[in-house]
Design a protein around this ligand. Structure first.
Ligand SMILES: Nc1ncnc2c1ncn2[C@@H]1O[C@H](COP(=O)(O)OP(=O)(O)O)[C@@H](O)[C@H]1O
Ligand SMILES: [Mg+2]
Length: 240
């Protein structure tokens, strides 16, 4: 488990360790590589997505998916949800890209059952997805760990300025936000006006940044989880 105590060490290793590519994820849609990072006698598995491997998409500017993955990580930290594995941007064997700690998931968890449950960790991810406007929250992007935490991965198609929320996590539709969630949004809003905002502004367009702030304001005003949009396929296909 990534904790406040070991996070900095992991981030430093991800940033400065020696990165070797050890495989490619065959079912992945872009050049998503499996790698190993070594620092001294320690090594970590990671995901490495070089910008050069990104496939052009009709609705997102070319070469920006890695930035979006990193911005999503910064939001997860600003919301203090710890729902994205440590992620950063760096050079690698195939050039600049995003590197993310590999999470060993609990193989006994049936993801097809998990995604429908009413669990706090999933609900956190659902709120996070509304904030980042995630257009691809598939079942296979849920990473439950053996100690019961749930991370999410694959946050490349996020932060569009149009509402494009597409997710398998609709079980809280129109449910009232908890006081703790309102508080999280308040802290996030303040962070977006501060250091986190300054970093995120470097990663997405100014229009996308304004839309992000607007989503956070809207959530605070409406105090409910949104409903699926009638103008947009609200569940990814395939859902896995
Ligand atoms: N940090 C991670 N830890 C563990 N598994 C991961 C991680 N990132 C991705 N995966 C696994 O690899 C699959 C493919 O990665 P993903 O980010 O979805 O690639 P793509 O952008 O090509 O769809 C995911 O569905 C998930 O099962
Ligand atoms: Mg994927």
């Amino acid at each position: 488990m990534v904790t406040a105590d070991n996070r900095d060490e992991i981030l430093a290793a991800l940033g400065y360790g020696d990165l070797k590519v050890t495989g490619r994820l065959v079912d992945a849609s872009n050049a998503t590589l499996f790698g190993e990072i070594t620092v001294g006698d320690k090594s970590f598995n990671c995901i490495y997505k070089p910008v050069t491997g990104e496939r052009p998409l009709w609705d997102f500017p070319d070469g920006t998916l890695a930035n979006r993955e990193y911005a999503a990580y910064l939001i997860s930290q600003a919301m203090q949800l710890n729902c994205v594995p440590p992620t950063l941007l760096r050079e690698g064997p195939f050039g600049f890209g995003m590197v993310q700690l590999w999470i060993d998931i609990d193989e006994d968890v049936d993801l097809a059952e998990l995604y429908r449950k009413d669990l706090p960790g999933l609900r956190n991810l659902a709120l996070f997805d509304v904030v980042i406007n995630n257009t691809d929250r598939k079942i296979g992007h849920l990473l439950p760990t053996p100690d019961g935490h749930i991370y999410g991965c694959d946050h490349g198609v996020t932060f569009h300025s149009d509402d494009k929320l597409r997710t398998v996590l609709w079980q809280w539709e129109q449910k009232e936000l908890l006081d703790s969630e309102i508080e999280i949004l308040k802290v996030l809003a303040a962070d977006l006006d501060g250091d986190a905002g300054e970093m995120i502004k470097q990663l997405i367009t100014s229009e996308e940044f304004s839309a992000l702030k607007l989503r956070v304001e809207r959530l605070q005003a409406e105090k409910v989880f949104p409903s699926p949009s009638p103008d947009w396929p609200a569940v990814p296909w395939p859902p896995f």
